[in-house]
Design a protein around this ligand. Structure first.
Ligand code: ZN
Length: 296
């Protein structure tokens, strides 16, 4: 089992950051990078074996909207990876030598919809060609693949089209691997409505995709989604749902109730085949500590 971390953006907000902004967690890269380092460190200390960087919504297009040119934007993306590495170094320095393996840094690659900041990563149907999607993703992938991150996290993808574009682009970086996760609308379909087992089947032959699964989805859908993927996937499964609350992109706030006992639900994800588990939006270091104690 690999224990991933929990939410970054909502955890930054809990510490007082104001992220009501198209750049979302990437805004913190500009304003309070020290807070990002602190949240990474909190997750390592809670038992996370992986830190996912603050690059989900860090895009050239998003930064350009703030007057930050290409080179400056690339520097901020690299800075996000450095903050996670610094937190790892601090965490490891406190450990008795040789005890536990060094945690990994996963560079987050959010979907095209995240750049639009309109919730379309939970709807899909972008209306773009493969080529247009590749043109959006390629420049950031070039930065993050050489950033010093150990792995890439293609996450919250609403549709198979974007997954296949990213898996294809990854072959331009033969030394790099990624995990790939869909956002899903129910127990059977990704956000765009494609059957999730079929998505797993389509990704079987991409050897650089080290794990596939589901993130930022209501936890109650996870067992069925994972069962469907397990039947068709060649890779290990990864699961990091949100807390059960739902983001309302129009009101720009979280609605509904958090699922009780996040880590108790995780028993079912593991039973359904998940080998990498963690939390997405609204989960906290306490959730990750509970996962780590139960499965780490
Ligand atoms: Zn999320």
């Amino acid at each position: 089992m690999v224990i991933l971390d929990g939410a970054l953006a909502t955890e930054l907000e809990r510490h007082g950051a104001n992220l009501s902004d198209p750049l979302w967690s990437a805004k913190c890269l500009l304003e309070s990078p020290e807070l990002i380092r602190k949240v990474h460190l909190d997750y390592f200390r809670a038992g996370a074996q992986v830190a996912t960087t603050a690059t989900y919504q860090a895009t050239f297009e998003g930064f350009a909207g703030r007057g930050i040119e290409h080179e400056g934007a690339a520097r901020l993306m690299l800075e996000a990876v450095s903050l996670a590495r610094e937190a790892r170094a601090e965490f490891c320095a406190d450990l008795p030598s040789g005890l536990s393996p060094r945690p990994l840094i996963a560079a987050s690659v959010g979907p095209y919809g995240a750049m639009r900041a309109d919730g379309s990563e939970y709807r899909g149907h972008y209306g773009l060609s493969d080529r247009q999607l590749a043109e959006f993703h390629r420049p950031r992938l070039e930065v993050l693949a050489r950033s010093g991150a150990d792995v890439l996290a293609f996450e919250t993808l609403p549709c198979l089209q974007e997954a296949l574009v990213l898996a294809g682009l990854l072959t331009e970086h033969p030394g790099m691997t990624a995990w790939l996760c869909f956002s899903c609308r129910d127990g059977a379909h990704n956000s765009e409505g494609e059957e999730i087992g079929r998505c797993a089947q389509a990704l079987r032959d991409y050897s650089q995709i080290a794990a596939i699964g589901v993130n930022c989805t209501a936890p109650e859908h996870l067992p069925e989604l994972l069962e469907r993927m397990r039947e068709r996937a060649s890779q290990p499964l990864v699961a990091y749902p949100n807390s059960g609350q739902r983001y309302d992109p129009e009101a720009k706030r979280w609605v509904g109730q958090a699922a009780p006992a996040f880590s108790e639900q995780a028993v079912q994800w593991v039973r359904a085949g998940a080998r990498l588990i963690g939390g997405c939006c609204r989960t906290t270091p306490a959730d990750i500590r509970a996962l780590s104690q139960a499965f780490g």
